[in-house]
Design a protein around this ligand. Structure first.
Ligand SMILES: Nc1ncnc2c1ncn2[C@@H]1O[C@H](COP(=O)(O)OP(=O)(O)O)[C@@H](O)[C@H]1O
Ligand SMILES: Nc1ccn([C@@H]2O[C@H](COP(=O)(O)OP(=O)(O)O)[C@@H](O)[C@H]2O)c(=O)n1
Length: 240
């Protein structure tokens, strides 16, 4: 029986959570659960079905009949279809707030997130501590409420931040790279989107974005991706 180690990563939009979480999970042999992808997938499903994202009851019904899976690192399946790319467009985030503020949706997704964190997936072998030969298994989960609501007893909580301008430029470059920039979309427009989304995430009633009291803050503004992954990896070994 291996020891369970859960890493909760929260923070504002485009601060580097998922990139860091994914690489960290790969290095440690842990599972990676992208909770934001679940809210994005529900939003996509509503838009595809022509359901108003503000229709609270209808959206709650939909989420009950929705199956979201992470078949491999960085891949997301919605009702059996790969939506890894489709959930990353600006149209999704422009419509996501009513879904993320819906307490019924949050309760259903929270149950799924907690059971994913308990799963003993053979694809997540974990690692063996060289000093004690102890086997360590676990998950990295990122989002807005992981350290505060979903896994309040996580073994490590990290709150990732970065300057607003840096985050907007990184998200712009990412969308450009993925050919997912909307016609005429600028860095300024993205900066505005991030700001308004963070504000909505911080001020909503249901599970708002906030740093857990026992989370370690990590500013990625002047870090490379490797540096931020190594910083958290070191926190893991220090805790163990
Ligand atoms: N230290 C860094 N330096 C340069 N680009 C980064 C760094 N960290 C993350 N990125 C890039 O910034 C973008 C947003 O990061 P992401 O991990 O998606 O953030 P989040 O999950 O917090 O929204 C991605 O394109 C990612 O590759
Ligand atoms: N645990 C979570 C994760 C995401 N979300 C919502 O989903 C949106 C998209 O999350 P994301 O992590 O995919 O977004 P980015 O930070 O990648 O832009 C957030 O702005 C939140 O509104 C949430 O409410 N709770």
């Amino acid at each position: 029986m291996s020891r369970l180690f859960r890493i909760a990563i929260d923070g504002p939009a485009a601060s580097g959570k998922s990139t860091t979480a994914k690489l960290l999970a790969k290095k440690l042999g842990f599972g990676y659960i992208d909770s934001g992808a679940m809210y994005r997938a529900v939003t996509l499903k509503c838009l595809e079905k022509g359901v108003q994202v503000t229709d609270t009851q209808r959206v709650e019904e939909i989420v009950h009949h929705t199956n979201i899976r992470f078949p491999s690192l960085g891949h997301v399946e919605l009702d059996g279809h790969d939506v890894s790319t489709a959930i990353r467009t600006s149209r999704i985030v422009q419509n996501i707030n009513p879904i993320a503020s819906n307490p019924g949706v949050r309760a259903t997704l929270a149950d799924q997130q907690r059971s994913l964190a308990r799963a003993q997936d053979p694809a997540w072998p974990g690692f063996t501590m060289a000093s004690t030969q102890e086997k360590i298994g676990g998950v990295v989960m990122d989002g807005r409420d992981i350290g505060t609501v979903i896994l309040p007893d996580a073994e490590l909580k990290v709150y990732i931040v970065a300057d607003a301008r840096v985050r907007a430029q990184r998200r712009f470059d990412e969308l450009k790279r993925k050919n997912a920039l909307a016609q005429g979309e600028t860095v300024e427009a993205i900066a505005q989107d991030l700001e308004s989304r963070d504000k909505a995430d911080r001020t909503r009633k249901a599970s708002p974005l906030k740093k857990a009291e026992d989370a370690v803050e990590l500013d990625t503004s002047h870090k490379t991706i490797d540096e931020q992954v190594e910083a958290i990896e070191k926190m893991v070994y220090d805790r163990l």
